[in-house]
Every structure is written in C-alpha cells, then in structure tokens.
Design a protein around this ligand. Structure first.
Ligand SMILES: Cc1ncc(COP(=O)(O)O)c(C=O)c1O
Length: 410
C-alpha cells in the first residue's frame, strides 16, 4: 500500500491554506518525463531550474574544512556572523548597497527567505502584486500565507516587463508588496535602471507598499547588460525594500540550500521569528561553504556566463527558425520563454487540435520526447519555457526534434 492511499484511508483532510495549491505543473511534467525515460523512451528534459555545472572545488573544500573543525552544530538563528559579513561585503562590492549585520538574514534557500518574509508580513487578504509570467512559487507561497496574489500580465511586446501604469492600477489599500524578479524565471527578462525607474517612482507615491526583489540570477546576464538592484537606485525606498539573493544559481549550489536577504531591521527581525520555529537555523556546513563562495575567487562566474550565452544564442536562433514560434532574446537567467501562438489551432498527425500551450508541450513530450513547460504554468499563455542549462549536444538534438514535430503539425 502506498503512503498516499494510507493517508486517504485514514481520512486525511488537507488544511484550507493549501486547498488552492496543486502539485506544480513543472514537477508533474518532470515526473511524467522521468516515467517515460524509465519505460525506455529517449526523453530530453529541458525543465530543470538549475545549472548543469558542479559546485567549484574551493567551495567544497571549505565545507569539508568546516566539518573537520567541528562546525556541525546549530548556528546563530538567522546566520553565522562570518556569512553575514560575507553577504554585507557582497552587497557593498557588487551592488553598492550598505547593510549592517542586523539588516541581513540567511535561510535555507531563497525560497525560505520568501516564505519567512511573507509569513512575517501578510495578514489574511493582504495583496502581493506579481508581474506575470512569474515563478509559480511566488503565488503559492503568498497563498499559503493567507495573502492574495495580484497577477499582472506583462506583454511579450513590452519585453515581459511591468509598466508603471499597470503597477499604479494594481495598487489598492490592501497592497503589502510588489514582488519583482530580474533576471526573471521564466522569461529571462532583466530590468535595467531605466526600466526600474518609473516603477520606483510609483512606489514613492504609495508609502504603504513595500518592494521585494529577487536577484537570484544576478550573475547570469549577457551582452554587457548592467545588473542593478532597486535599493541601490533609490535610497528613499531602501527602508521598505527587501533584497533577496542566494548562492544556488551563480555558484551551482542548489543542493546546499543557502539564500540570503538584506532589508530594514524590523522585517529581518520578524523573519527570524518565523525561521526560529521552522528550521532553527540554516545548515552550518552549507553556511561555511557559502562564505567561501562569496569571498573566494569569482573569475569562473564570467566563464560560466559565457557558456550560458552560447547556449542561449543557439536556442533562440533554433526556435525562431521554426514557423509559428517566436522567441525574444532574454537578457539573463538560463531560460527562453517563446511564444507559440502560431501553432495554436493546428492539428497533430493523430488528429488532435492544439488548443493551448499545454496541448503543445504535451505533444512535444509525446511525439518529440522533449519535456518543456507550458506558459500556463507561469501564468501567461500561449508560451513555453525551455531551460537551456544542459549540454549543447542535448540542446541541439532537442531543438531538432521540436522543429520536426512542429513541421508535422497541419
Ligand atoms: C527566481 C527564483 N528565485 C528563487 C529560487 C530558489 O532559490 P533557492 O534554491 O535559493 O531556494 C529560484 C529557483 O528556481 C528561482 O527561479
């Protein structure tokens, strides 16, 4: 008997706070693709949200040394002083923002940072403005915390960026946060200073709205794009801005689970209350490794960025060569978010009409054995996301199969 049937037989009643939240579409697709692989189909999965590189050796060595020194116990609740110092130095060096140590928090991944922040600040019915397409965890976490995600669709023609007029219209007396993510998962869109400026001007006029920014993909930007973070652009908003980042993507450390944030002392303190009863502290060994990640050599970041850029160019060019698919060139991250409007209404060889982007990605999985994620999973259709954090050979093969499958649509 499986665990699931046992739970059902015991009459398990899920809490209402998770009623609206299903298992993420990304995980569902991954599970189906893996099942097909086990059945012997040559499936290529372009769904993973993590770099295919390994964690650099100096970081692994730092972790081993921490274990040998006996740093295997609980640490300070929201981060060791050493890691907080490294984070403060990082914010100063790379972003031009000064945070004192009590304005910094460390957690088990940026995901826990988001969770702590929303748990600590949202009352039932409070609203969080999230531009779409968006990373689905944002709205799910807001809902778990009793909040209301206010999703604002951002057009491909606008580079998937939120416009000032849209923000102004979305703000209500219940708005607590605007949540921005640059470079974005899933669109790869990044906000330059000129893109941020009009949005920050709107926020200056609405002092009850706080700004949460997720800078997770800061180090994966292309073509000389100049990364900026809002707390550096507009010091008048610093006192209501939470700047989130982490080591997962830049340092290929997704499994180490360390994220961090800088923000006003009051919110950092409130977040520690949540963390104290959730995890007590982040992993001691992973924090030691993250000190080395932030303080150690940074040269490999540029090399990896260049490798991602080559793959981005390969994917964008191959997608745009397929009639019916339209892909803008993203400024960062390792995702493309291509439009498939030109394929909607077409018929598959077995006679099924492609009515949605999910129909299209189902078709790709079934016919081309390539797993990608439909735009509907990120709140904007008809699009599909490719994660190109995989080998060039695999990407070439996958894109060839996608092109052939599209050519078979009538
Ligand atoms: C935009 C964005 N923020 C945060 C995260 C999560 O990062 P972490 O591994 O630090 O929890 C992800 C992971 O996919 C992401 O895409």
């Amino acid at each position: 008997m499986t665990m699931a049937t046992k739970v059902e037989e015991a009459g398990f009643r899920p809490a209402s706070r998770i009623a609206a939240i299903g298992v993420s579409k990304i995980l569902q697709i991954g599970a189906r693709a893996n099942q097909m692989k086990r059945e012997g189909h040559p499936v290529i999965i372009l769904g993973a949200g993590e770099p295919d590189f390994d964690t650099p050796d100096n970081i692994k060595e730092a972790a081993k040394a921490a274990i040998d020194r006996g740093e295997t116990k609980y640490t300070a609740l929201d981060g060791t002083p050493e890691l907080k110092k490294a984070v403060a130095e990082k914010f100063r060096r790379e972003n031009g923002v000064d945070y004192a140590l009590d304005e910094i928090t460390i957690a088990t991944g940026a995901k826990q940072i988001l969770f702590n922040a929303f748990m600590a600040s949202i009352d039932p019915g409070d609203e969080v403005i999230i531009p779409t397409p968006y990373w689905t965890s944002y709205s799910d976490i807001v809902e778990i915390c009793g909040g209301v995600p206010v999703l604002v669709p951002c057009a491909a023609a606008a580079g998937f960026r939120l416009k000032a007029e849209q923000l102004e219209k979305a703000i209500t007396p219940r708005t607590r946060w605007l949540l921005l993510n640059s470079p974005s998962n899933p669109s790869g869109t990044a906000y330059g200073e000129a893109d941020y400026r009009p949005l920050l001007d709107v926020l200056l006029r609405h002092p009850h709205v706080w700004l949460m920014v997720d800078d997770m993909y800061e180090h994966i930007v292309y073509d000389g794009f100049r990364f900026v973070t809002p707390a550096a652009i507009e010091p008048r908003l610093r006192e209501r801005t939470l700047t989130i980042n982490g080591v997962s993507k830049a340092y290929a450390m997704t499994g180490w689970r360390i994220g961090y944030a800088g923000g006003p002392k009051a919110v950092i303190k409130a977040m520690a209350v949540i963390q104290s009863q959730a995890t007590s502290c982040p992993s001691s060994v992973s924090q030691a490794a993250s000190v080395e990640a932030l303080n150690g050599p940074q040269g490999f970041l540029k090399e990896r960025q260049e490798s991602f850029r080559q793959r981005r160019d390969l994917v964008v060019a191959a997608l745009n060569a397929i009639p019916g698919i339209d892909c803008r060139t993203p400024e960062g991250a390792f995702y493309t978010f291509a439009g498939c409007a030109g394929l909607i209404g077409k018929k598959t060889p077995s006679g099924k009409v492609i009515e949605t982007d999910a129909d299209f990605t189902d078709y790709l999985l079934q016919e081309a054995h390539v797993a990608v994620v439909p735009g509907s999973a990120f709140g904007l259709s008809p699009f599909f996301r490719i994660s190109y954090a995989t080998s060039e050979a695999e990407l070439k093969e996958a894109l060839q199969r996608i092109a052939q499958a599209c050519a078979r649509l009538a």
